[in-house]
Design a protein around this ligand. Structure first.
Ligand code: DHB
Length: 390
């Protein structure tokens, strides 16, 4: 090889190397944000990315002398992809935190990587109770279905709803929602005549809804993941279930703020239980919603956005408190026990469980300023995840 060729080969090798391994820079703090930006849960990714960027725009990109770098990756709503991306982010990019996780299977698939690499993993969306037990490095800023479902299981039978059919997405969060709702409903003297489960991927609700209509329960309790609520509402109304005297109730995922305003008047008066409504009447939330809409062509933030926004808060404040000392373990320690006001209301990261403690609200769909909103009418304060005490 002549000198020139050798030089070229070395240069090429160096380029290849730097493309794969970024050189660790002590002044940069990297957040690997893995989200479903395409696929069935794309709205979750869109909401969380927008919220994370808003948080950074409002709070600057330098914390404790370090420059915050957000690296967004699309897992296409496929858990194996989430896991591979997490591995690459940890090994090649040397990220300080993993964050995002749109669905439960994605969070569970990634948990071992967080444990092995001692990288804090902030779950901003996925909501099955067991997730925080899958790794001691997981901290959650979203919610759990058990928290929301218990509130509905208490409210419904006290409000004339005794006979219920449940309809849930057949995976982690749906199974939690079904279990905790039914447990509470029965405790309160209610009755479940049938429990239906629909596939998580590309569900067809029609045959299930027909069955429910024939049974004529007082209400149909629904959990579907964010983004699927509008389809349920449409088919529920098309089958005239409301006219047949069947109420639609559920966790707030079904009246998702991302879609609610386009659901039409048929959604009016639907009661759900959840931790966040874009109509939450606090000064902080009003500011959050306004800024979010301004930065995103009028898009209304939903509960996914608030999980992302609060997740960024937890990361920023942990970095500030630990000053980057103690690496992953130091950062994790500073995430635990954080207590602050979120757009959802007061919020706390339980040091023992690393899970979110917050209010769960009962809400009714109403028109406010011409738009359909989940209007909160009752708050259950400081709800811990009931799924941790079994
Ligand atoms: C999960 C996903 C959702 O979109 C949602 O609304 C609740 C839970 C999940 O997969 O954990």
């Amino acid at each position: 090889m002549n000198k020139n060729a050798m030089f070229r080969a070395t240069a090429l090798a160096l380029v290849a190397l730097s493309a794969t391994y970024s050189i660790a820079d002590d002044n940069v703090f990297k957040i690997g944000l893995i989200l479903p930006m395409t696929g069935q849960q794309a709205s979750t990714g869109r909401q969380i990315e927008a919220a994370a960027r808003l948080y950074m725009a409002q709070n600057g990109d330098t914390v404790a002398g370090k420059k915050i770098q957000l690296i967004v990756k699309d897992d296409t709503t496929i858990p194996d992809v989430t896991k591979r991306l997490a591995q690459e982010l940890v090994v090649n990019e040397k990220v300080n935190v993993l964050a995002g996780f749109g669905i439960t299977p994605s969070a569970l698939a990634t948990a071992p990587i967080a444990t092995q690499s001692k990288t804090p993993m902030v779950v901003m969306a996925a909501a099955t109770s067991s997730i925080t037990q899958a790794s001691p490095y997981i901290v959650r800023t979203s919610f759990t279905l058990a928290q929301a479902a218990v509130a509905m299981g208490d409210w419904a039978p006290k409000n004339g709803i005794k006979k219920v059919v449940t309809l849930v997405s057949d995976y982690g969060p749906g199974i939690d929602a079904e279990k905790y709702f039914i447990e509470r409903l029965l405790l309160n003297g209610g009755q479940v005549t049938e429990s239906l489960r629909v596939p998580m991927r590309s569900p067809d609700f029609a045959p299930f809804l027909q069955k429910v209509r024939d049974q004529k329960p007082d209400a149909l309790f629904v959990f579907v993941p964010s983004g699927a609520g509008a389809a349920v509402m449409k088919q529920f109304l098309e089958r005239g279930m409301d006219k047949a005297g069947i109420k639609l109730i559920g966790t707030g995922d079904v009246t998702d703020d991302d879609q609610l305003n386009d659901m039409g008047d048929g959604a009016l008066n639907v009661v759900t239980s959840h931790h966040y409504s874009a109509a939450h009447p606090s000064a902080m939330n009003k500011k959050f919603v306004e800024a979010f809409q301004k930065a995103n062509k009028g898009m209304r933030p939903n509960f996914m956005a608030v999980g992302g926004y609060d997740g960024m808060r937890v990361i920023y404040e942990a970095l500030r408190a630990s000053k980057g000392l103690g690496a992953g373990d130091g950062l994790l320690a500073s995430m635990k026990g954080q207590i602050f006001e979120s757009p959802r209301g007061p919020m706390f990261i339980d040091s023992q469980t690393r899970d979110v403690v917050h209010n769960i609200y009962l809400r009714k769909v109403q028109r406010q300023d011409g738009h359909l909103h989940n209007v909160e009418f009752e708050a259950i304060k400081d709800v811990k995840d009931p799924g941790k005490h079994k």
